[in-house]
Design a protein around this ligand. Structure first.
Ligand SMILES: *Cc1c(COP(=O)(O)O)cnc(C)c1O
Length: 427
C-alpha cells in the first residue's frame, strides 16, 4: 500500500533510475556508489545523531558510530598519506566553509581562480568566499594551457601577501603548478589550500598530482565526484600545526555542522576501504578514457581545449561548442539523446547562462566498465548530435544500445552487481 503522493514520488524516482540506466552520464562531478556503500547508507546510521568527535560526543548511542568514524579517519589518512583527516563535513562546500571559518577573518586576502577560469561557486564573491567577506584576488590565468600563469602568480603572491593561497577547480584539466610556486609560498608564509572536489578519486589512485607532497597544507573535498562515495565532504592535511588542526576541527563542529550525516560518513568509510584496493586501476582508466574521448572528438572536428597538451590529465575535458550553437543548446540536444552533461564557461566567456563550452567527464562511464574503444563510440554519438545535428531521438536509440552493455558496477568488492538498481519494498 502506498498513498497517492508517495506513490507519485516513488514512480518519479524509479523513472529517473531507469533513465540514467539507459543514459550516458557525463557530468564530471557525479559518480556511482558501490553496493556496499549503498547498503550502509540506508542503515540505522541514517536515523541517528552524533555531535563532536569519537569518544567526546554530546549524545549517547554512539558506540558503533565512534568505531566507524575512527576507522574512516584512519583509512583516509592511509589512503592519502595524510597526517590529519576530518570526515565530518557534509559536502565539499561545507568543507570549504570550515576552512574559511578556521583560517580567514573577514577582510583577509585569499588568492584563488575566477569562475570563468573553471573555479567553483563556493570560492566566488557570490558563494562562500563572499559570505565570509574575504578579499579574494584572482590569479593570472593562461588560456592556452588552461592553468595558472606561474610568473604572474609569483609576482601577485609577493605583492598581495595572501593569508591563504587557494587552488582547485571545477573544470580541472591540469594540476596547478605548485612545485614552481613553493619557494614563494614559503617566502610569503601563506597557508596553501587545495580544493580537490573533482580530482580526489584520481589522487587516491596516484593520478593527476599529489598535493600534500607538493607544498599543500590542507585539502578540502567532496567525496562523490571522481571519488565514488556518497554525497559528503572531507578534509585532509599535512604539515599543519596541532593548533591549526584543532581550529579546523572546531570550525567543522560546532562551526558549520551539527550532526554530520552518519550514514554518509559510514558510506564514505566503506568507499575509502574499497579505494585502497581499486583506486589505482580505476583512476588510471578514467584518465586514459578522458584523453581518448578528447582525441576522438577532436578528430571528428569538435574543438576540444588543449590539443597540444593531450587535452587533459584528469577525468574531464572542456569542449568549445560556440560554432555549434553554444553550450546551452548543445547540452539540451545531448540530453534529448540521453547523453547527460553540462554547459560550462570557458576562459573568455562573460555569461554563465550562455557559455560557449561543454564539460564532459569520463569517470562514471569508467565506473561501469567502459574503456578506450567505448570512448570512441561515445565521441561519435556526441558528434552526431552536436555537429551533424542528427535527430536526438534517433541517436538516443544507439545510446541506449551501447549503455545496455554497461549497467553493472566495477572497481569495488561487489563488482558486477547492477549499478542503477532501485530496491523496491512494495511492487
Ligand atoms: C563540486 C565542487 C565543490 C562543492 O561540492 P559539494 O559537495 O557539491 O558542496 C567545491 N569545490 C569544487 C572545486 C567543486 O568542483
Amino acid at each position: 500500500m502506498t498513498a497517492e503522493d508517495a506513490k507519485y514520488i516513488r514512480e518519479q524516482v524509479m523513472n529517473h533510475n531507469k533513465w540514467f540506466e539507459e543514459s550516458i552520464p557525463m557530468i564530471a562531478s557525479e559518480n556511482l556508489m558501490s553496493p556496499l556503500a549503498k547498503e550502509v547508507l540506508i542503515s540505522d546510521f541514517a536515523d541517528r545523531y552524533a555531535e563532536g568527535l569519537p569518544g567526546k560526543r554530546y549524545y549517547q548511542g554512539n558506540i558503533y558510530v565512534d568505531k566507524v568514524e575512527t576507522k574512516a579517519v584512519e583509512l583516509a589518512k592511509k589512503l592519502f598519506n595524510a597526517d590529519f583527516a576530518d570526515v565530518r563535513p557534509i559536502s565539499g562546500t561545507v568543507a570549504n566553509m570550515a576552512v574559511l571559518f578556521a583560517f580567514a577573518e573577514p577582510g583577509d586576502t585569499i588568492t584563488t581562480c575566477a569562475l570563468a577560469q573553471g573555479a567553483h561557486i563556493s570560492t566566488c564573491e557570490f558563494g562562500a568566499f563572499g559570505q565570509r567577506a574575504v578579499n579574494s584576488v584572482n590569479y593570472p590565468f593562461n588560456e592556452e594551457n588552461m592553468n595558472i600563469d606561474v610568473d604572474g602568480t609569483i609576482k601577485l603572491l609577493k605583492q598581495v601577501k595572501p593569508k591563504v593561497a587557494q587552488f582547485g577547480l571545477s573544470v580541472f584539466l591540469f594540476p596547478p603548478p605548485l612545485k614552481e610556486l613553493e619557494d614563494t609560498f614559503n617566502e610569503v608564509g601563506c597557508l596553501v589550500w587545495e580544493d580537490c572536489a573533482h580530482v580526489l578519486g584520481l589522487i587516491a589512485g596516484g593520478q593527476f598530482h599529489d598535493p600534500l607532497r607538493e607544498g599543500v597544507n590542507l585539502i578540502s573535498s567532496s567525496t562523490h565526484k571522481t571519488f565514488p562515495g556518497p554525497n559528503h565532504g572531507m578534509l585532509l592535511g599535512s604539515n599543519m600545526t596541532e593548533e591549526q588542526e584543532k581550529k579546523l576541527q572546531k570550525a567543522v563542529f560546532p562551526g558549520v555542522t551539527s550532526s554530520h550525516h552518519l550514514h554518509a560518513m559510514a558510506a564514505l568509510a566503506v568507499t575509502l576501504a574499497e579505494m585502497e584496493v581499486f583506486a589505482k586501476d580505476y583512476a588510471a582508466q578514467a584518465c586514459k578514457n578522458s584523453r581518448q574521448l578528447g582525441e576522438s572528438l577532436y578528430e571528428l572536428g569538435i574543438p576540444v581545449l588543449c590539443p597540444d597538451l593531450g587535452f587533459t590529465r584528469s577525468h574531464a575535458i572542456a569542449v568549445d561548442v560556440s560554432e555549434f550553437g553554444g553550450g546551452k543548446e548543445c547540452a539540451q540536444l545531448l540530453e534529448d539523446a540521453n547523453i547527460i552533461c553540462n554547459k560550462n564557461m570557458l576562459p573568455r566567456d562573460t555569461s554563465s547562462v550562455r557559455p560557449s563550452g561543454l564539460r564532459l567527464g569520463a569517470q562514471e562511464l569508467t565506473r561501469v566498465g567502459m574503456k578506450e574503444s567505448e570512448m570512441k563510440e561515445v565521441a561519435e554519438l556526441i558528434a552526431r548530435v552536436v555537429k551533424k545535428k542528427e535527430d536526438p531521438a534517433k541517436v538516443k536509440e544507439d545510446v541506449k544500445a551501447l549503455k545496455r552493455q554497461f549497467s553493472n558496477i566495477q572497481y569495488c568488492f561487489n563488482a558486477g552487481e547492477p549499478a542503477y538498481e532501485y530496491r523496491k519494498l512494495v511492487p
